[in-house]
Design a protein around this ligand. Structure first.
Ligand code: ZN
Length: 251
């Protein structure tokens, strides 16, 4: 059997975790390798319902906002504070993106729990079986969009990003575009160019020729149906909203 690329959504809330939910967190698996993308608020309890903390092979962080990285701390604690500590966890992030979270514990406690592999947006990486292309996408602080490819299947993830041609270029022909869509249609004036809407993400998915679209990072309280409708005005392929437990397999 040819191994699939499997996406499991741990959470897809923007900003803060709602009751029973979690912020951005995506488990992406291929051929037995488990990559955790964005350990946002409250994602570790959801993760531990699926796999043990020591079963994660690597972490990739899009940017340093806590709704994308805060739960790196409990993940590392779950691996380190035990009789048989797990190996150092390869942690890929832009320079400085995880420093505040790594500083939560006193020096030394988690030093052996991670191996920080900082990279620059634009770099090509190999993480386990995944080839990773990356682009700097516009946000309030440095944010990397990534395209993960294994076995000829790809997932392109925006992190948080305003509308950008670079995203469309990164996502051309991708099998799944996982795109921040904080707002339904209108991005507030003080946020334009830094966050996106479902309406605009639908347009970008169409321009890129993405085969599937998953909307994520919806502002808590947003009606998911309204987001689907807005994206669907421009994009007529398969669309879903990222909620905990959503699984998409790319065969
Ligand atoms: Zn952000």
């Amino acid at each position: 059997m040819v191994p699939v690329v499997k996406l499991t959504v741990l959470g897809g809330a923007g900003a803060w975790p709602p009751a029973g939910g979690a912020c951005s967190g995506y488990l992406i698996e291929h051929d037995g390798f488990r990559l955790l993308v964005d350990p946002g608020y409250a994602t570790v309890p959801r993760l531990l319902e699926i796999v043990a903390a020591e079963a994660i092979d690597a972490v990739l962080v899009s940017h340093g906002h806590p709704d994308h990285v805060a739960d790196l701390n409990p993940l590392l604690r779950a691996r380190a504070l035990r009789d048989d500590p797990a190996p150092a966890l390869p942690t890929y992030a832009l320079p400085g993106a995880v420093g505040a979270v790594l500083a939560l514990d006193r020096p030394g406690v988690l030093d052996a729990a991670y191996e920080l592999r900082e990279f620059s947006a634009g770099d090509a990486l190999a993480i386990g079986p995944f080839q990773v292309e990356s682009r700097l996408l516009p946000h309030f602080l440095p944010n990397v969009g990534v395209r993960l490819t294994a076995n000829g299947r790809s997932i392109t993830y925006t992190g948080d990003a305003g509308s950008a041609d670079d995203l469309v270029e990164l996502a051309v022909g991708t099998d799944l575009l996982l795109a921040e869509a904080t707002y339904v249609e209108r991005v507030p004036a003080d946020t334009v160019g830094r966050l996106n809407s479902a309406l605009e993400v639908g347009r970008q998915a169409r321009r890129a020729g993405a085969a599937r679209l998953v909307l994520t990072h919806l502002q808590p309280g947003t009606d998911p149906g309204a987001s689907l409708d807005a994206a669907g005005r421009a994009y007529q392929e398969w669309i879903a909203v990222a909620t905990g437990g959503l699984v998409v397999e790319l065969a």
